[in-house]
Design a protein around this ligand. Structure first.
Ligand SMILES: Nc1ncnc2c1ncn2[C@@H]1O[C@H](COP(=O)(O)OP(=O)(O)OP(=O)(O)O)[C@@H](O)[C@H]1O
Ligand SMILES: [Mg+2]
Length: 484
């Protein structure tokens, strides 16, 4: 009855022994029996000398170790016995039943007794192993996890609420980890091996995935996963979490609605994409927006949105579609606004040109540590793209394209904040002139390590005040007044 999903023909390396044989084990132990069994509770040995508690703890530890061994053995048997091709057409219920059956046969054969909870846990793990991504499957399902960072099979770090911590989840060994990596990348038609040692992919749930395998990754495969959040943080959430204030939100709303070109700058994982996504909610529903990303993460709420995702080259090195290709094509698609998930290369030129030529209100993110740094990064990217232009001309291009730089930052206590809002006001000689309008001021540190600080206006009135007013956004003068 359970053979539907089992491999047929050929040697069956770990075929569960018939029940009769299992019951006979006590009398005549089978030579081939795997040495991995949590043994059936036997008559208690002679009473040990140490206190009862220590014995219980010791027993518990032994049981846990044996369970771990058992798990590995069962994973192995399952992968050997299941016909993975036939599984594609199985329903979840059928598959779960089949897994439970294989597991219970094996447990019986190995003379292992598990309680209901342990059995359910084990079946779930086995299911994750076959259908999901093995040990990391529970982390992917855990809504509180933002990032999963794997440094070889034995070290999995998890980020929750801005804090990274080592988890107690591990892979069996490097081969196990590689198998899961392979499962992920082959699902998106890619390959990773010694000759292609690193790869980007997107998980079925939309999470962003990057892996680098040995020998380039020295101590075992390195994997980074940015979990996809179905419910993106909205402006209200970000205000509530202290990422910025209501006053700043009013200002940003005016900036986005009046079509300023905005760059969200920040370090890795500082909340750039989240901020960009939240800011996009200020765009009017009637506008046609095109988004371009390497991994589609943005989730715009408007009706008229066209989403594009760049594509890496295939195994033969062909068929790549870069962000720049998408951007160039986007310009022929009559967009009102263009949003590039992250500008990091040659597409910078087309992005600036788009911002300068009638697609105002365009937005992107950039990896930089301050507004000034963001501008230098833009200059560098232009130089790297092989454009030979005098620096003054490059800066003039940037100054007329970009209106606003919003700096996101992950502070040392894990909180993510908009630490600076800076306007680009033009050029002074060869230098781009900027003015900071809002900033986050650190005041001190609580004993717990939490940063004490506050958002403040710098006292500078927005360069775009008149524009805001003309578009019907009357911001009270008080939002620009600093608290002393
Ligand atoms: N203000 C915030 N408060 C709490 N969590 C946040 C905040 N901003 C972002 N996050 C969470 O932090 C994680 C990283 O955010 P996000 O992807 O926006 O960062 P990023 O700067 O775009 O990262 P990367 O450089 O990797 O692209 C996400 O899981 C997001 O939900
Ligand atoms: Mg991002």
């Amino acid at each position: 009855m359970f053979n539907r999903f089992r491999k047929s023909g050929g040697p069956e390396p770990a075929r569960p022994a018939p029940v009769a044989a299992a019951t006979a084990t006590a009398a005549a132990p089978r030579v081939a029996a795997t040495p991995v069994a949590v043994t059936r509770p036997r008559a208690a040995p002679a009473a040990p000398v140490h206190p009862a508690q220590a014995v219980a703890a010791d027993k518990e530890k032994k049981r846990k170790d044996k369970l771990a061994e058992l798990r590995l053995e069962l994973h192995k048997r399952l992968l050997e016995n299941l016909n993975l091709a036939a599984l594609e057409h199985a329903t979840e219920a059928e598959l779960r039943a089949e897994i439970a059956a294989i597991a219970s046969e094996a447990l019986e054969e190995m003379s292992v007794v598990l309680n209901k909870e342990e059995r359910q846990g084990l079946n779930q793990e086995l299911y994750d192993e076959v259908m999901g991504l093995g040990p990391i499957e529970p982390l992917l399902k855990d809504e509180t996890v933002n990032d999963i960072l794997i440094n070889g099979p034995r070290q999995i770090f998890v980020e929750r609420a801005g804090k990274l911590a080592l988890s107690d989840i591990t892979f069996k060994d490097e081969r196990h980890l590689l198998r899961i990596i392979d499962k992920i990348v082959s699902a998106v038609g890619r390959r990773v091996d010694e000759s292609n040692p690193y790869v980007d992919a997107r998980l079925a749930d939309g999470s962003r995935f990057n892996a680098m395998v040995p020998p380039v990754a020295v101590d075992g495969s390195l994997v980074s996963i940015r979990k996809f959040k179905k419910d993106k943080l909205k402006v209200d959430d970000l205000i509530r979490f202290g990422a910025f204030t209501e006053e700043m939100a009013a200002y940003l709303q005016a900036a986005v609605a009046t079509r300023l070109n905005v760059i969200v700058s920040g370090g890795t994982g500082s909340g750039k994409t989240t901020t960009l996504n939240a800011l996009s909610s200020f765009i009017d529903n009637s506008e046609r927006i095109l988004t371009i990303e390497d991994t589609a993460e943005l989730q715009l709420q408007q009706v008229h949105v066209g989403r594009m995702e760049s594509r890496p080259p295939n195994v033969e090195g062909k068929g790549a579609v870069t962000q720049r290709d998408c951007l160039r094509n986007a310009l022929r698609m009559r967009p009102d606004r263009i949003i590039v998930g992250e500008t990091r290369g040659e597409e910078v030129i087309d992005m600036l040109q788009a911002m300068n030529t009638g697609h105002d209100g365009s937005m992107t993110t950039i990896h930089a540590n301050s507004a000034r740094d963001a501008v230098s990064r833009l200059e560098n990217m232009i130089a790297m793209a092989g454009i030979e232009m005098p620096i003054k001309a490059v800066r003039a291009q940037i100054a007329s394209a970009v209106n606003l730089i919003v700096q996101a930052s992950r502070l040392q206590d894990g909180s993510r904040r908009m630490v600076s809002v800076t306007e680009i006001t033009g050029m002074e000689g060869e230098v781009i002139s900027m003015q900071e309008v809002f900033r986050y001021e650190r005041v001190g540190l609580e004993p717990s390590g939490k940063i004490i600080g506050r958002f403040n206006a710098t006292g500078v009135r927005s360069h775009f005040s008149e524009r805001f007013r003309q578009w019907g956004f009357e911001l009270p003068a008080s939002i620009y007044e600093p608290i002393l």
